[in-house]
Design a protein around this ligand. Structure first.
Ligand code: NAD
Ligand code: 4PL
Length: 242
């Protein structure tokens, strides 16, 4: 499949973001691989024939510089996937205000800054698809990440409101909420101990991989997804059924 559209995926040096970048490249998008980890981003970009850009999405000046570089290089952006996030594992008694602020700055401020910068370009072009990666922890109230769950509630609320704001300019805004998924980030920490519990709760009894999440994002990113907006699509093998 080939198209002439440009997609920006944040946090796509690894994990679910890399899976989304690969899926969109496969659908013919030119993909910009954006990540704090510039080397990792370059590896993924080289693999899929995309452009990589090292960026901290929580840094306002850096995001503005990225938007202007994107404008100069391509003059457009059709799809924005806000996937970059911190995924902490912290029992509630140990969640400090500093940790709370940190996760807010990446997961919520980063979302705002990217939508502010690139959503305005989409609105001016009268076309766009924004997909924000939430989490089924917002539905389940998952333990050991209360600050993270709060950011995912913000992602879902903001998704609904931004859909209202940008609808008149033909920009759709949706969220995809994965369940526990095997990624480098999860395998690196205590969240991996959650697979037994999660598999027991899922309707489908196996682990999820980024390739299970990416097709839902690809649908919402496609031209055919244009009548779906303001929604949250839970993609978790039936872990949460609401
Ligand atoms: P991961 O930790 O494996 O990868 C995250 C990527 O984001 C990394 O490459 C990292 O460098 C990048 N990143 C972090 N902070 C950044 C910043 N400030 N600016 C730019 N890039 C930054 O994560 P993952 O497991 O693939 O999760 C990806 C997304 O999916 C996140 O939004 C996460 O909340 C969500 N999610 C994950 C799971 C899961 O179980 N893996 C479940 C539900 C939702
Ligand atoms: C079910 O988004 O959705 C752990 C860690 N367990 O980040 C998540 C579940 C985690 C999740 C998530």
């Amino acid at each position: 499949m080939s198209n002439s559209r440009l997609a920006v995926v944040t946090g796509s040096a690894q994990g679910i973001g890399a899976g989304i970048a690969r899926e969109l490249a496969n659908d013919g998008f030119q993909v910009v691989v954006v990540d704090l980890n510039g080397d990792g981003a370059k590896k993924v970009a080289d693999e899929i024939g995309g452009w990589s850009y090292p960026l901290d999405v929580s840094d306002p000046e850096a995001v503005a510089a990225f938007a202007s570089a994107l404008k100069d290089k391509y003059g457009r952006v059709d799809v924005l996937v806000n996937n970059a996030a911190i995924v902490p594992f912290t029992p509630w008694p140990d969640v400090t205000f500093e940790a709370w602020r940190k996760v807010m700055s990446v997961n919520v401020d980063g979302l705002f800054l990217m939508c502010r910068a690139l959503g305005d370009m989409m609105a001016a072009a009268d076309y766009g698809r924004i997909i924000n990666i939430a989490s089924n922890t917002f539905v389940a109230g998952t333990p050991n990440c209360a600050h993270y769950v709060a950011t995912k509630g913000a992602v879902i609320g903001f998704t609904r409101a931004l859909a209202t704001e940008l609808g008149p300019q033909n920009v759709t805004v949706n969220a995809v909420a994965p369940g526990l998924t095997e990624t480098e980030g999860v395998l690196d920490g205590p969240h991996k101990e959650g697979f037994d519990y999660v598999l027991a709760a899922q309707a489908i009894k196996r682990r999820a991989y980024p390739s299970d999440i990416a097709p839902a994002v690809a649908f919402l990113a496609s031209e055919k997804g244009g009548w779906v907006t303001g929604q949250t699509l839970v993609v978790d093998g039936g872990h949460t059924r609401n």
